[in-house]
Structures are given as C-alpha cells and as structure tokens.
Design a protein around this ligand. Sequence first.
Ligand SMILES: Cc1cc2nc3c(=O)[nH]c(=O)nc-3n(C[C@H](O)[C@H](O)[C@H](O)COP(=O)(O)OP(=O)(O)OC[C@H]3O[C@@H](n4cnc5c(N)ncnc54)[C@H](O)[C@@H]3O)c2cc1C
Length: 309
Amino acid sequence: MTADEIEGLLSSFPHVAGRLVANASMARLSWFRTGGNADILFEPADEEDLLKVLRRLPGDIPITVIGVGSNLLVRDGGIEGLVIRLGRGFSEICTRGNVVSAGAGAMDVHVAKAAADKGLAGLEFLVGVPGTIGGAVRMNAGAYGREVKDVLLHAHTVDRFGHVEELSPSDFNFSYRHAELTQDKIILKAAFSASHGNPEEIRARMKEISSARADSQPLGTRTGGSTFKNPDGTNAWKLVDEAGCRGLRIGDAQVSEKHCNFLINHGGATAAQIEELGETVRARVLEHSGVELEWEIKRVGRETKGAAS
Ligand SMILES: Cc1cc2nc3c(=O)[nH]c(=O)nc-3n(C[C@H](O)[C@H](O)[C@H](O)COP(=O)(O)OP(=O)(O)OC[C@H]3O[C@@H](n4cnc5c(N)ncnc54)[C@H](O)[C@@H]3O)c2cc1C
C-alpha cells in the first residue's frame, strides 16, 4: 500500500480503544527479531474493538493475524495490509468443571498452569509451547505426545466481515502442525477438555516437560522453533544433521548446534538470510536423503529481490 492509501484507510476507521498504527515494526513482534514493517498494525482492546474495524475494512485489504510470533518469519519487505495481533484483551482463562476456556491471546503456558492449579490434567503439554492459544489452534501445536486436536472442544472465530461462529474440531480438519483455516479467519477463543487429576502429579509432569525442553532446545535465542515438520517416520533434525547442516551459517543466521531443526538469528540476520539458510538446508537434505522437508515456520510478508522463494 502507498503512504496515501495507508493514511486514507486509517482515517476511515472508527475510533478504537486499542492500538492502530501505520508502518509498525514487526521485528519486535517476532521471536526472530527481524523483518519489515506492517502497513497497518491493529492491536484491538477487545472483541468489540476488533469487530468495529473489521466491519469497515475494504474487501481488497489483506489480513494477517499473529500471536507472539514464535513460529513466524516476517520477510524484510514487510506485510501488506492489516496485521492483527490479539493481546491482553483476549487473554482471559477460566475453568468450569473439566473444561478450560481461554482467549486467543492467552499464553499456552498460562493455560497449562491455570489447569494445573485446578487439578486438571491433559493440558500439561502446553507448558512446552511458547505461543498463544490462537497460534496453538492454528498450528495444531503439540509436544510430548499430545497436540491441540486431542483436547480441543470448540473454538470461536471471526471472519473479515465480522461474522463470529463456533467451530468444532472437525471444522479445522487438523493434521500434524496444521489446521485448515483461511488466512483471514481469526481465532477468538477456544475451549479444551481436561480430566481431574492430582495437582502434584500434573505439576511434576509440567516440570519434566520444561526441563526436557531446556536440555534439548536453544531456549533464550532468537528463533522460530522447529523450522521443518517431521517427515513420516523420521525426525527433521536427524535429516538436517545427516546432511551436514548442523551449525551451517549465512551471515548472522545459523542452524543451531544444540538442535539442528532450529534456526537462530545471532543478532544481525535479515529475514532473507534466515529463509535462504532454510532453503539451503532443504536442498542439502533433498540431495543427501531424497526427502523434501516442509517448512513448519510460517513465512509471511512481501518477498524482497534476491530472497529465497
Ligand atoms: C523455542 C521454541 C520452542 C517451540 N516448541 C514448540 C513445540 O514444542 N510444539 C509446537 O507445536 N510448537 C513449538 N514452537 C512453535 C510455536 O511456539 C507454536 O507454533 C505456537 O503455537 C505459535 O503461537 P504464536 O502465538 O507464537 O503464533 P505466531 O507464531 O504468531 O503465528 C503462527 C501462525 O498462527 C496464526 N495465528 C496466530 N494467532 C492466530 C489467531 N488468533 N487466529 C488465527 N490464526 C492465528 C498466524 O497467522 C500464523 O500462521 C516453538 C517455538 C519456539 C520459539
């Protein structure tokens, strides 16, 4: 969008209680800490705020929804149109009986802890996923033998016209790290089933998961989590390792030495360098083992000249 188009669109929106800004840095909103700007970033205060803007949004303006950007690579050319980030106003968590409900902006770890506090088992795996509930449903996030599809009861979504609907798990057609949802559908909240358990045992399981992660993953780095999906019957990291890519580096982008399905930004990597590194790994794995790795990380935004496709 041109600067005039962005200005024109901004001035056509009603007053909002949340944050609506032009040319917003996306680097600070993604774990890789790199990438270009969003034409417009909207952080609605609550559902009503979100609906107000959606109902005034022209049909040709693309929408991109993000959580906390823990599985996201924003390209250097930035993101066209409206980026929507659901935050604090969407982070309520409540439990009733054995059902745990959470807003799309709630952090998975907080949901796992809230369930444990009520002696509810089955959501411990969420402690190992550093994203939001919206991102978890969208990605069918999982860890240590469980994934969202095993526990989801239903989720509310809104489309670009402001129509809210309740979807059941079958509507998402879940598969490994994937839910079928069009790009302009926004998950608002979700409800999960849990079972009554012993709080001490639940907490012990969460502790086990957290320390297993700390032992195997490069926590505390600028990363996007698992870069590639595990192909049937094997682990992506094994194929990357066997293809000699552990530690491979392009500029400040590097394949983690600790877990070679993670790419790391040491500080100055551009999104193009990270993407090029990922594509180099894919090519080497294909050559070495004949397996075509599929990106798990969502790459969004305008490609810049010379960047990997
Ligand atoms: C160190 C590390 C470890 C990780 N470990 C795991 C793991 O064990 N298991 C696992 O599954 N993942 C893991 N991940 C990946 C990531 O945490 C998950 O995919 C997480 O669910 C992404 O949530 P997010 O809020 O960060 O979403 P984002 O990264 O912001 O977005 C991811 C996708 O979800 C979509 N999305 C986000 N919010 C919404 C919404 N409200 N409505 C519709 N779509 C939405 C975005 O459009 C995008 O397509 C890890 C990541 C890191 C950095």
